[in-house]
Design a binder for this molecule. Sequence first.
Ligand SMILES: Nc1ncnc2c1ncn2[C@@H]1O[C@H](COP(=O)(O)OP(=O)(O)O)[C@@H](O)[C@H]1O
Ligand SMILES: [Mg+2]
Length: 368
Amino acid sequence: MSGTSMDSIDTVATHFNVNQPAIIGTHSHAIPKALRDNVVALCHENADTVQRYAETDVHMGEILADASLALMSQLNLTPHNVAAIGSHGQTVRHAPPGLNRVAFSQQIGDPNVISARTGCQVVADFRRADIANGGQGAPLVPAFHQSAFHDPQHHRVILNIGGIANISSLPPEGVVCGFDTGPGNRLLDDWCQLHHERAFDGNGVWAASGKASKHLLEHLQKHPFFAERGPKSTGRELFNLDWLNEALASSDLSETNLAPADVQATLLELTVDSVASSIERLDGQVEEVYVCGGGAHNGALMSCLRNRLLPVKLDTTEALGIGPDWVEAVAFAWLAMRRINRLPGNVTNVTGACSPSVLGGIYHVTPK
Ligand SMILES: Nc1ncnc2c1ncn2[C@@H]1O[C@H](COP(=O)(O)OP(=O)(O)O)[C@@H](O)[C@H]1O
Ligand SMILES: [Mg+2]
């Protein structure tokens, strides 16, 4: 699994006992800078040539295979021990229905390459079946959250703060619902990288040193995505530095001359507010929120969120038995298991697909 943050490839080996995951081992694999630069280029319409796309697809497949092999070697696993590798791939474009002429979601990292290099069966290309059935293709994690974290007594929400943030609402009775809430860490990372030589604002210390601007926050909150009801999903196509810079240059803000730390504080507030407002608007009385994704390590973000959501209890998914860094990777292992068993992986009222869908394709290039 590698999300919009492109911080690293999260690799887990997990065994499923009925539906409950038991993590055997984990490995975080670095993404080489040249590869990351090519992926970033592919995310921009002017630089996304077919040649670059095809080459980066292979290179990403190679590094995803390396990540899997490193974990297999760490755990002394051979291809015989591995039922399947579930590979989400690296998203280069997410264009859900509604906004676009043609709906699509494109992930790269050739599963043929992963299978050839590892000798394992690979399940990949999870999102396009849901889109073919009229869905958003995202988020796909709620079915797994329901299966692993549902509690018959308490209304839980699982909040994933990756580059983009998404929630899964798990009422004690009734159906799971979920959607993307908007920016998670990605804008915070982008703004931090612009002003400091750091990939991210560790623990949110820089954001905490600034003062959020009410003006800028209100301006950013006018983005229509925030008011929309689900099904909805998004990516860096909507929430990026160009969007932020446009806001900063707009007539009501260009005079205010905000310090960079104040902008960072405002972006943190934007993530907190969009997540909290989404949770507040859910049906039913949410009692517990469990955070996963890299945002769980951002102390400033977590403490703002905790205060904002009171009296709702806030913790990380560590309290439910899976460390926040590994939940999404385990979810795609679970989805791979669903594919092999020919069971649906989407939740239709989450993605808006017209029917439950078996997600992903199976690639096994080694002859039996
Ligand atoms: N110690 C930390 N302090 C603040 N932010 C952190 C910390 N560790 C990770 N993050 C944030 O989490 C991001 C990675 O989150 P992740 O869940 O992997 O996102 P994605 O799914 O988009 O790859 C980093 O880019 C960074 O913004
Ligand atoms: Mg990541």
